[in-house]
Structure formats: structure tokens, C-alpha cells
Write a protein that binds this ligand. Structure first.
Ligand code: FRU
Length: 468
């Protein structure tokens, strides 16, 4: 270790912070969230030796982005999580400005983390090292140091290695910015995880005729799904459109044919992965039974995040629920994983005029509605409108108070909504679209249905399931 240890400060922050966070009425009851400080991207999501592991970008010391460790949770079923020893702290020269995002692989039975060592200089410039760390018998991780310096032709913004194995070779995609400040996804390969060869750019500005693709692409994830390949990534600097790309930065996907021989990805257009107010930096893994599971950060950097009221309670942000992905009819479908049904208490059914529907407690709730016209009010703090144009989600700006709107356009027949104390996730038509958003109602908060149409409603209250 070459830098002063922050362990005493981290321990104190956790001891002081956890009781404050748990006393906050907005603290999630079944979504993973930090016990103190700021959490952002899911990292190192993997099923390994019989358990799922989910690491996360974590600043235990403050509700800001200045210090980045890797926290670590594990689970047998993706629903009940437990705390594991913190995995990485920025205590080496090559990661001194943060152990940034990355992935995990099973390297001959050794759980191995691939992450970005971020280094910022006093003149405002930065560099990045792609690094490895291996799990030890006591659950700690031993850093193996940098395995890839900044590739030539790019700025210091090269990060977020997603590594996988194919036909005995390792592959890695990286988010990058070229010297003209244009966003790219780079591909590398390796026989041993330690020595990496560049294979070129597989997406971003200038690839497959793409232009105006923003200035930096973060958190790429490339995988095979249902006969195609999907690339998920987070392009920064995409132009806002009237009904999409309205958040500071979007998370997007594209599908196409990936050719390992020529290291080329022949892909279609970009699509927004989630149409809600908060969703960014998702990561996927393969479940024990082969399902492709995605978890996202239910937050977005550089927008109104620093105005969220939970900061006053010493914590900020949460994960989305785990979602199963499928590719069908040219669309990427997302549905909550079936394991979440364990959280359901007794099922209720109701049919009739929307405005006569029962008023529900918003705190821990799942409901499904077959309808095409409807309004749903969540504790007076976020409002959903369903009509012939699709869905609109409205809430007040935390800075100006003006009404902000997010849209999902298309024919809506059915919605399934998962609520926690300060989040709603709306799954449209069985997963054709999703809108994920945080909101901060006064609890007890009510979900009220409004409108003249006839609806069929099924609902459950959900058990609380905190990380142990
Ligand atoms: C995405 C991101 C990544 C980076 C990490 C730092 O939210 O900016 O690109 O590795 O967060 O916390």
C-alpha cells in the first residue's frame, strides 16, 4: 500500500451512517442501497461458485463522487443479499483517484476483478489503467496491478472494462473518448487476462456510419442474446430529442451481428434502455440457468442527484431490481426476475372503474393493471398518465419546481409496477419498455388510481428484505 489508509475513516462513517440511513423513511426496503454515503454503478456482477456477487461503486465517506471504492454483496437468489468485505479501495498510485467501474470473471476458479484505476493530475488531466484483483481465501481481494495502460489515440477517459471468455480467449470492451473528443467502444483480447492486444473500435463515432454520437461512451457490455448480439453502453453528449434522451446521460442498447474473427460489430440503431428519470450504467451477467440478468444504477450523474433529500440522512442512490433480458421482434425486453415473487404477500384482485379502485400503500407494493387509459398518482410526488400516445411520467424538478416529463411512446395494454419507499419501476406490456424513477413522497404515501376507464388490477404488498 503506497497511500495513507482510509480504513479508520470508512469504519467510522459506516458506524455513524448506517443508523441514520435506516431511520430515513425513504431508505429502500428491498432494493440494494448503500448503508452510508454514495453508491453508483453496479460492478463485477457474476454468478460464481454457487452465489451471485454484486460489487458497486461506493463512496462510504460522503454523498459525493470524490472517493470510489468497490463495495461487495453476495446472494444465493438475487433477492436476499449479504454484505461481504469491501473489495477495493483507491490506495495505490495507479488507482489513487478512484477504483472505477469494471467486471468480474472466473479465472480458473479464482474470482478476478477487472477495474479501472483512475488517476487525476493537478492540471486537470487524467490517465487510466485497466487493473486486476484476485479474491483471497478470507474474502478480501489482492490487487495484481495494471494490465493495460492508456491506448494511443485516446484521452484519459478510457474505462469500465467488461471482460468475458469466448472459445478459450478473453475479450474486453472499454468505454473511450478519442483525441477529437468523440465516444467509442474499444475491443481487446488476451490469452491470460494479463497481456492484452487491441482489436479496434467496435462502436461509436465513425463506426457503422454513426455520427453525432456524443463525446464519451461509458460502461459498455456486449453479449449474445436470443440469436443476436446486444451492446449496452452509456453515450454522454447525445442530443436531447422531444421524447427521449431527456436525462443528463442515457443508457442505450443496440443489436447486431458480432464477428469474433474480424472483431467487427455490424449493428443497428441506438435505443434508450429505460425511459424513466433515473437509470444508468447497467451491467449484465449470466445466471446459473443461462438467463441474462441486468441490474442498473437507479441514478444519473451530473443532473439533480445532489439535490436528493436522502443526502441529509447521509446516503444516496439505490440499484434497480434485477431484470431478465430477452430479444424478440427487434426489441430488448426486460422483466423483473421471477425470484422477486418471493417478496409477495397475499394477492388481491379488483375490477371496475379506475376512480373506484382501492387506495394502496406505496411503500412496498407491486401491482399489475390491464388498461389503456388511466392516471396513477404516487403519494402526490410522481404521476403516471396512460393514454393513446403511451405513458407520461411527471414530477417536479428538485431545483426549480417546474414539472418534468418522461415519455414512453407506443400502445400500452398492461403495466406492472414495483414500488419501494422512494422508487417506482414501471414495466410496460410485459417488458417492451421500462421507466425507472426515484421519488420522495411523505410516508405513509398512497397510490391512487384515477380515470373513467374500466381496469383489472392485481396487487401485492411486498415483504421487506434488507441486506444482512
Ligand atoms: C458511470 C461512471 C463510470 C466510472 C464510474 C466512476 O457512472 O462514470 O464511467 O467508471 O462511474 O464512479
Amino acid at each position: 500500500m503506497t497511500r495513507p489508509s482510509r480504513w479508520p475513516a470508512v469504519l467510522q462513517a459506516v458506524m455513524k451512517g448506517q443508523p441514520r440511513a435506516f431511520a430515513d423513511s425513504h431508505y429502500p426496503q428491498w432494493h440494494p442501497a448503500p448503508v452510508t454515503g454514495l453508491m453508483n454503478d453496479p460492478n463485477g456482477f457474476i454468478w460464481f461458485a454457487g452465489r451471485y456477487h454484486l460489487f458497486y461503486q461506493w463512496n462510504p465517506l460522503d454523498c459525493d463522487h470524490r472517493y470510489k471504492c468497490w463495495g461487495h454483496w453476495s446472494s444465493a437468489d438475487l433477492v436476499h443479499w449479504q454484505h461481504e468485505p469491501m473489495a477495493l479501495m483507491p490506495d495505490e498510485e495507479y488507482d489513487r483517484s478512484g477504483c472505477y467501474s469494471g467486471s468480474a470473471v472466473d479465472n480458473n476458479g479464482v474470482l478476478t476483478l477487472c477495474y479501472t484505476g483512475n488517476v487525476k493530475f493537478d492540471d486537470g488531466s487524467r490517465t487510466a489503467w485497466q487493473c486486476l484483483a484476485e479474491e483471497q481465501d478470507d474474502g478480501s481481494f489482492k490487487k495484481r496491478g495494471p494490465v493495460l495502460p492508456l491506448p494511443e489515440g485516446y484521452t484519459g477517459h478510457v474505462r469500465d472494462p467488461k471482460v468475458w471468455q469466448h472459445d478459450g480467449q478473453w475479450y474486453m470492451v472499454l468505454g473511450a473518448q478519442d483525441l477529437q473528443k468523440r465516444g467509442k467502444v474499444l475491443l481487446f483480447n488476451s490469452a491470460d487476462l494479463y497481456s492484452w492486444q487491441p482489436c479496434g473500435e467496435i462502436a461509436g463515432h465513425g463506426v457503422n456510419g454513426m455520427t453525432d454520437a456524443g463525446y464519451m461512451w461509458e460502461c459498455p457490455d456486449l453479449f449474445a442474446l436470443d440469436g443476436t448480439h446486444i451492446l449496452i453502453c452509456c453515450p454522454q453528449g447525445l442530443a436531447r430529442e422531444p421524447h427521449r434522451y431527456l436525462n443528463t446521460y442515457p443508457a442505450t442498447w443496440m443489436s447486431g451481428a458480432f464477428d469474433y474473427q474480424h472483431a467487427a460489430f455490424d449493428h443497428g440503431e441506438l435505443h434508450e434502455l429505460d425511459a424513466g428519470f433515473e437509470f444508468y450504467a447497467p451491467q449484465t451477467t449470466t445466471a446459473e440457468d443461462g438467463r441474462r440478468i441486468l441490474i442498473g444504477w437507479m441514478g444519473v450523474p451530473d443532473g439533480e442527484e445532489m439535490l436528493q433529500p436522502t443526502r441529509a440522512h447521509g446516503w444516496i442512490h439505490q440499484m434497480t431490481c434485477p431484470r431478465e433480458l430477452a430479444y424478440r421482434d427487434g426489441t430488448l425486453w426486460q422483466t423483473p426476475i421471477r425470484e422477486l415473487a418471493q417478496l409477495r404477500e397475499a394477492e388481491h384482485q379488483w375490477q371496475g372503474n379506475a376512480s373506484d379502485a382501492p387506495i394502496l400503500d406505496a411503500a412496498r407494493l407491486e401491482f399489475e393493471i390491464a388498461a389503456s387509459h388511466l392516471n396513477v398518482d404516487f403519494g402526490g410526488a410522481i404521476r403516471l398518465t396512460m393514454d393513446e400516445n403511451g405513458l407520461r411520467l411527471e414530477r417536479a424538478s428538485l431545483s426549480t419546481g417546474e414539472t418534468l416529463t418522461r415519455y414512453w411512446q407506443g400502445e400500452v395494454r398492461h403495466i406492472r409496477v414495483l414500488c419501494d419507499r422512494s422508487s417506482v419501476e414501471i414495466f410496460i406490456n410485459g417488458g417492451e419498455g421500462v421507466m425507472s424513477s426515484r421519488y420522495f413522497p411523505v410516508h405513509p404515501a398512497q397510490v391512487r388510481f384515477e380515470g373513467a376507464s374500466n381496469i383489472t388490477l392485481r396487487y401485492w404488498s411486498l415483504r421487506s428484505c434488507m441486506i444482512e
